[in-house]
Design a binder for this molecule. Structure first.
Ligand SMILES: C[S@@+](CC[C@H](N)C(=O)[O-])C[C@H]1O[C@@H](n2cnc3c(N)ncnc32)[C@H](O)[C@@H]1O
Length: 294
């Protein structure tokens, strides 16, 4: 760990469930069906999560989907660095915002009288009463949730959402558009790494029936396409940076699975910026909006 990383991590709270983690190349990974998650969940991932948040904000018209008048309680599942929750708290200053995570990565810069942390594992159920929240949000969690657990997750979110309340499930579409061979290999590694724990990245754009079966109505999938690579101007450069950091973050899991050596994977990442420009690659952010009937 470099000096700046150490300095950065000391102001964050210590991970609370370290013994349940797998450690790959010094990075903490939660276990998904007993396999290390393809993405890490540790203090070193906090700045990547923040980067992903700013990249997402730059490609969507709003930081959530749905017309939500004056919520009084919001839950963010898998809150991570808390960047999204902090923005929501600024939008709705009188609202109580709760961030839940299996690992406490929130710092004092996020926590306040209106933003609190609750430890919890979404796969074990939400530690909240029925009908408690006006809005429940979950983003970038598709690789952490086994496909077979999504029905349970959707039912539980429905349970904790008040009648007439809103839920959002957002994720990246890891298929990409106009992808070259390097990006295809990197995206393939992401899919294989997620599949190893039973997760299905395709659910980023395929949750409608699961949400409807859980009882949600007016379920809509919003898809926001964006450029990846410097060819796409400042937004393309930002999303390229976020994507490169994401690929670097999955490297330990990919190497552990024997898909590539470290050197091979680094070589792919190094070749990515040029290829993205050549192919004028795009990706999509997918957001499912779902309502609990009043
Ligand atoms: C990729 S980060 C996304 C963070 C945040 N949602 C965002 O959009 O920036 C995934 C987060 O989910 C958390 N997580 C993973 N598995 C979880 C589980 N079973 N229950 C609760 N949180 C979990 C990780 O600790 C990590 O903070």
């Amino acid at each position: 760990m470099s000096t700046w990383q150490l300095a950065f991590s000391t102001h964050r709270r210590k991970a609370t469930r370290e013994p349940e983690f797998s450690w790959l190349d010094g990075r903490g990974h939660v276990r998904v069906q007993d396999v290390p998650s393809v993405l890490p969940s540790d203090l070193l991932d906090v700045d990547r999560m923040d980067l992903m948040h700013y990249a997402s904000k730059s490609v969507t018209p709003a930081i959530y989907s749905g017309d939500l008048p004056n919520p009084s309680r919001i839950l963010d599942i898998g809150v991570g660095s808390g960047a999204w929750l902090r923005d929501m708290s600024a939008l709705f200053p009188d609202c109580d915002c709760v961030g839940m995570d299996i690992n406490n990565l929130l710092g004092p810069d996020v926590l306040s009288s209106r933003i609190s942390y609750k430890e919890g594992d979404i796969l074990q159920g939400l530690p909240f009463p029925d009908k408690h929240f006006d809005f429940i949000h979950q983003r970038f969690m598709v690789t952490f949730i086994p496909a077979k657990s999504w029905h349970k997750v959707a039912r539980d979110v429905y349970r904790a959402c008040r009648p007439g309340g809103l839920a959002n499930f957002s994720d990246l579409d890891f298929r990409g558009m106009r992808t070259g061979p390097i990006f295809q290999q990197l995206l393939g590694a992401m899919w294989t790494g997620a599949n190893a724990g039973g997760a299905d990245p395709g659910l980023a754009f395929g949750l409608e029936s699961t949400l409807q079966n859980a009882g949600f109505v007016n379920v809509r999938l919003h898809t926001y396409d964006f450029p990846v690579g410097d060819w796409g101007g400042p937004i393309g450069s930002l999303t390229r940076l976020a994507l490169e950091r994401t690929m670097q973050a999955i490297r330990p899991a990919v190497v552990k699975l024997g898909l590539y050596t470290e050197a091979q994977f680094d070589q792919l990442i190094a070749g990515l910026p040029e290829e993205l420009n050549k192919c004028r690659t795009c990706m999509s952010l997918c957001a499912h909006e779902a309502w609990r009937p009043a």
